[in-house]
Design a protein around this ligand. Structure first.
Ligand SMILES: NC(=O)c1ccc[n+]([C@@H]2O[C@H](COP(=O)([O-])OP(=O)(O)OC[C@H]3O[C@@H](n4cnc5c(N)ncnc54)[C@H](OP(=O)(O)O)[C@@H]3O)[C@@H](O)[C@H]2O)c1
Length: 316
């Protein structure tokens, strides 16, 4: 597949990791098919990609939770290009809250986009690749697909599901050496997903350190098209977290709650419950970066706030 411009379908292409992947593939002069629900933000990315040198750009607004819409995207891409070399599947949403707190439609919405959406994309990608006897599907999972954290119930379940899907596809496609399945698990990434998330936790989420850039994840995803590899963790810290979860489950479960509230929630910014972008695109929030630097300062602010609360309690 190297040596000529590739045809790449990128889902979630209007924001964060998908957007960074589109821009990097444009630099490589690839043919891009950009997928997300909101058409306007996709058109903005398409303009940026054309300016960066993409061989061609096709914009296909589509909800990945709708299988017939996904099928239509693949048909249109194949009609235009006759081949699809790769699919980078980065569409995803988040809802914060406990299992019993998140309204059922929002809970189902996260599973629909993240899990059913991944299955829909995989169904059409794999069937195209098997016909071509070649192609690479990159599924963007998460370190959260290997562990449990409080207050992200449907996201945790969906990401475990994506990891299961990746393994299942690996087993099912062993007979075709030209068809590659690659699973990439980022830790915290500086994207707008935290601001876009539905929230029933009372406080806004944020990426825990170390925070990767979406460009770093895009680099890893696109490298896999040249050198396919079944599993990639974006940060070394993911390995430590996974090890703790598997080897010391009792200690992990005891520590994960307090550590999560310290490092992955902004305890100083209370917010009202809201549905975020789970059930419909909030296009204005789709950007390349999330402005989520300064994780250590955030942890210090949370710690200070707790000390103040404890001090005011003991003064009463
Ligand atoms: N940011 C992190 O810290 C982090 C960490 C680990 C894993 N990840 C994973 O990385 C992937 C990308 O996340 P991100 O941080 O880049 O998020 P993001 O900046 O919020 O981008 C999400 C993209 O998905 C699209 N999308 C959402 N629902 C969709 C649907 N039903 N159908 C089609 N497109 C849909 C969004 O556009 P529309 O809303 O317009 O559809 C947007 O383009 C996700 O799978 C996420 O779980 C992120």
């Amino acid at each position: 597949m190297s040596g000529r411009s590739k045809v790449i379908i990128i889902t979630g292409a209007s924001s964060g990791i998908g957007r960074a992947t589109a821009l990097r593939a444009a630099d490589h002069e690839d043919h891009l098919v950009l997928v997300a629900r909101g058409a306007g933000a996709l058109e903005d990315v398409a303009r940026e990609c054309r300016a960066s040198g993409a061989a061609s750009v096709m914009v296909l607004p589509c909800d990945v939770g709708d299988d017939s819409a996904v099928a239509a995207c693949f048909e249109k891409a194949l009609t235009a290009h006759s081949v699809i070399d790769a699919v980078v599947h980065a569409a995803g949403v988040v809802a914060y809250g406990r299992t019993e707190e998140i309204p059922p439609d929002v809970f189902d919405g996260v599973l629909r986009t993240n899990l059913t959406g991944s299955v829909n994309v995989a169904r059409h990608a794999v069937s195209t690749f098997r016909t071509q006897r070649a192609g690479t599907l990159v599924l963007i999972g998460s370190v959260i697909g290997h562990i449990s954290v409080p207050s992200m119930s449907p996201y945790v379940i969906s990401k475990w599901g994506i990891r299961a899907l990746a393994r299942q596809l690996l087993v099912e496609n062993r007979d075709m050496p030209g068809v590659h399945i690659a699973y990439v698990a980022p830790g915290g990434v500086d994207t707008p997903i935290y601001e876009q998330a539905a929230n029933y936790d009372g406080h806004i989420g944020r990426p825990p350190p170390p925070i990767a850039t979406p460009e770093k994840v895009a680099r890893i995803a696109l490298r896999l098209l040249e050198r396919p590899r079944a599993r990639s963790q974006v940060n070394l810290s993911n390995e430590v977290i996974r090890l703790g979860f598997s080897v010391l489950p009792g200690i992990f479960d005891m520590l994960v709650g307090p550590l999560f509230r310290l490092a992955a929630i902004d305890g100083t910014s209370p917010i009202e419950p809201h549905r975020g972008n789970v059930l419909a695109s909030h296009e204005a929030g789709n950007k390349l970066h999330g402005g989520q630097r300064g994780a250590l300062a955030g942890i210090a602010r949370n710690a200070l706030a707790r000390v103040r609360v404890a001090a005011s309690g003991s003064a009463k």
